[in-house]
Design a binder for this molecule. Sequence first.
Ligand SMILES: Cc1cc2nc3c(=O)[nH]c(=O)nc-3n(C[C@H](O)[C@H](O)[C@H](O)COP(=O)(O)OP(=O)(O)OC[C@H]3O[C@@H](n4cnc5c(N)ncnc54)[C@H](O)[C@@H]3O)c2cc1C
Length: 309
Amino acid sequence: MVSLPLMQSPVLEFSENVPLAPFVSFRVGGPARWFCAPGSPEQFAQAQTFARDRNLPCFLLGNGSNLVISDRGFPGLVIHTANYGSIRWEAARAVAQCGALLWDAVDQSVSRGLAGMENLAGIPGTLGGGTWINAGAFDQELKDVILEVYSLRNDGSVVRRSNSECEFSYRKSIFCGLDEWILETTLELKAGGDAIALTAQSADIVRRRQDRQPLHLPNAGSMFKRPPGNYAGALIEAAGLKGFRMGNVGISDKHANFTVNLGGATAQEIWDLTSEVILRVRAHSGITLEREPIFVGEFLPWPREKLEI
Ligand SMILES: Cc1cc2nc3c(=O)[nH]c(=O)nc-3n(C[C@H](O)[C@H](O)[C@H](O)COP(=O)(O)OP(=O)(O)OC[C@H]3O[C@@H](n4cnc5c(N)ncnc54)[C@H](O)[C@@H]3O)c2cc1C
């Protein structure tokens, strides 16, 4: 058990019935019953106390780029991490607060000639959300550069975990199964790289994303995890579902593993379409796809007989 330096912090403000769709890349979802945005470890602790006193469930909201929030919203306290987002560098190490954006960490690392996360350019999440799910792309994962992680337990203590103690694997970490809030992630990169070459590499990755992904429509990145030895996009395409749509939600005709909001979609429509995709891909290939974004709150089961195509 360790402590992060706690400073005197102003009293945290809590707002009621805050719409969440603007905070989520899919642009769907209802309101948070309560909402706050702590700016220090002490304020995160204040949020814990607020929720405990009222017996509220809690949900950590990073940049909302891997989320589908129910149309009914979230009936507890949403803790938005955007106000706790600085990155402190010391040589090849950086201590990133959970609300820091991954693309800022990538930009700052490549411009310092530090290698190891240049291929993560363009992932629109925070360090907290990225650590939680071990974000990755183009043969790099955040776990490759994480030295240690500090998180807040619900008894108010702060725990430090080394990289191996975080039990990272493909789109997973120990935090996915724990009720802990990631506060800070320490990164350790490889010094001595060529800043110009690394910057060009990360710019090239961003271009490749723009070429391949339907970034003009609201989405949450890859909709399904990569099944062992296969690709979700290829399986969806093979099942004839590229361009498939139901209501205001569709499978992108640019990239079959992107589900997009075609305008005015509901969270329930995203649930329904992805349920149907899972059924059809299973019928076609025998492989059961697993959704990658986190679905928060209540969703109705998919009544397949309602399908009109
Ligand atoms: C266009 C696009 C492209 C994408 N490309 C990729 C890609 O190449 N690779 C990839 O891995 N992902 C990709 N994603 C998905 C997403 O950007 C990543 O998963 C990212 O790490 C999510 O971070 P976030 O801050 O947005 O988390 P959120 O979506 O806000 O939250 C996701 C989960 O993390 C939890 N969480 C967030 N912060 C904390 C915290 N401080 N402590 C504890 N739990 C926390 C939340 O409670 C939630 O369960 C993409 C998304 C989009 C929209």
